[in-house]
Design a protein around this ligand. Structure first.
Ligand code: FAD
Length: 284
């Protein structure tokens, strides 16, 4: 199946230092060869990376590419979010990735400031109330269920609520089991929701980092992948080569099965994403 270009997007985190910002420019320069639809930039819950997110997004936009800031609501006040939205609107930003966010431990059990935003659907409704149709809004989706959800059904309904609140499209949490994605999309369609559900892709480059991330976000690493990665020990070249193989195959299966696009969690690196895309043989 051949798909048009531009069905990928690439995510960065805002660099903390001038050196990191310079490295990210070099990485971006390499990744633009993939002609991504847009680059997105994460946002630390409670506004902890607010300036870095803004600076990175506006820099990407000045370079002539579409940039989408992430925006999370937990721990943020309506006034602070209103100001951020007005600022992005004034700069001509048209796309947002809208999330609840995760506050670091120590912010209280609910994670939210009482009486304010508790869930992403409330943020999405707020963005629509404040800015109408100005922004194209991407929401998060969880084919393997969000770790705090009580059941897959409850999580599905939480997702549907975000679309009803005004999300135009979704990006999934990463996963390595294509069936989980296809089943999730089927379930979403049965709920009468027809927004594109773009598959979030995490390249595999480092075993311990992958296990740490996956424990936090609830993504399952299939046993055979874990065992194989563990067997490579400190041999990072073998880990990377195996990671490219596995993730390229996953991406091919997703695209061939109808996934409308891929969103790469690049971790501010170019090599893994470039290697995976090179193996997709004209699918992107
Ligand atoms: P929600 O949709 O609000 O869901 C959170 C949990 O609450 C789920 O378990 C859901 O089932 C449940 N829930 C939702 N509504 C209700 C309700 N009304 N009643 C009861 N339960 C409910 N985090 C960041 O801090 N910064 C980022 O930049 C960032 N970028 C991300 C990008 C993508 C593509 C993805 C997939 C995740 C990202 N995250 C980011 C992580 C995200 O913030 C966390 O996964 C967070 O825990 C949930 O965010 P959400 O928007 O999915 O929340």
């Amino acid at each position: 199946m051949s798909l048009q270009k531009n069905n990928i997007s690439i995510e960065f985190f805002p660099p903390k230092t001038a050196e990191g910002a310079e490295k990210l420019r070099i990485v971006r320069n390499k990744l633009v060869t993939l002609q991504p639809k847009y680059f997105s930039v994460t946002f630390g819950a409670g506004g902890s990376t607010q300036q870095g997110t803004r600076d990175t997004v506006l820099e990407i936009q000045r370079e002539g590419f579409e940039a989408a800031p992430h925006l999370s609501c937990v721990g943020s006040s309506p006034d602070s979010l209103r100001a951020i939205l007005a600022d992005y609107k004034a700069h001509g930003i048209r796309r947002l990735v809208a999330l609840r966010g995760d506050l670091p431990s120590g912010y209280g059990a609910s994670g939210a400031t009482s009486g304010e935003f508790r869930y992403a659907n409330e943020l999405i409704a707020f963005i629509r109330a404040e800015t109408g149709d100005w922004f194209h809004i991407e929401a998060a989706a969880y084919p393997e269920m969000h770790p705090q959800a009580k059941s897959p059904q409850q999580d599905l309904h939480s997702f549907v609520r975000k679309v009803h609140a005004g999300a135009n499209a979704a990006i999934t949490q990463y996963f390595y089991n294509a069936d989980a994605y296809f089943r999730f999309v089927d379930a979403v369609r049965k709920e009468g929701v027809d927004v594109p559900v773009v598959a979030g892709i995490m390249p595999i480059t480092n075993y311990s980092q992958l296990m740490r991330f996956s424990d936090m976000c609830g993504a399952e690493i299939p046993r055979w992948i874990r065992l194989k990665l563990a067997s490579f020990g400190d041999d990072s070249e073998s880990i990377k080569a195996f990671g490219v193989d596995v993730v390229t195959e996953l991406c091919a299966r997703l695209l061939d099965g109808g996934a409308p696009g891929l969103h790469f969690y690049s971790l501010n690196q170019s090599v893994p994403t470039l290697a995976i895309c090179a193996g997709l043989n004209g699918r992107i």
